[in-house]
Design a protein around this ligand. Structure first.
Ligand SMILES: [Zn+2]
Length: 76
């Protein structure tokens, strides 16, 4: 294997890694944006672990109407 083949091989690997990184990075941002834009989370004020994306849902423990939850605030 001469230096030209090695250069092509390294170039190919770098390209593939770059493309994968781009897609995975972009996908994470997409998912986050979609969750905020089209998938608001509703949670029980008394039982925050009871969550639904259905605004009309009720808590399965106490039956209270779920309220809109800020997903970022819920993160520890
Ligand atoms: Zn509840």
């Amino acid at each position: 294997m001469d230096s030209a083949e090695i250069a092509v091989l390294i170039g190919g690997i770098v390209s593939i890694v770059g493309v994968l990184w781009f897609f995975f990075g972009a996908r994470e941002e997409d998912t986050g944006a979609k969750n905020v834009a089209s998938g608001p989370i509703y949670a029980c004020p008394m039982h925050p672990w009871i969550q639904s994306d259905d605004a009309a849902a009720n808590c399965s423990i106490c039956g209270m109407k779920l309220v809109l939850q800020d997903e970022k605030a819920a993160m520890p």
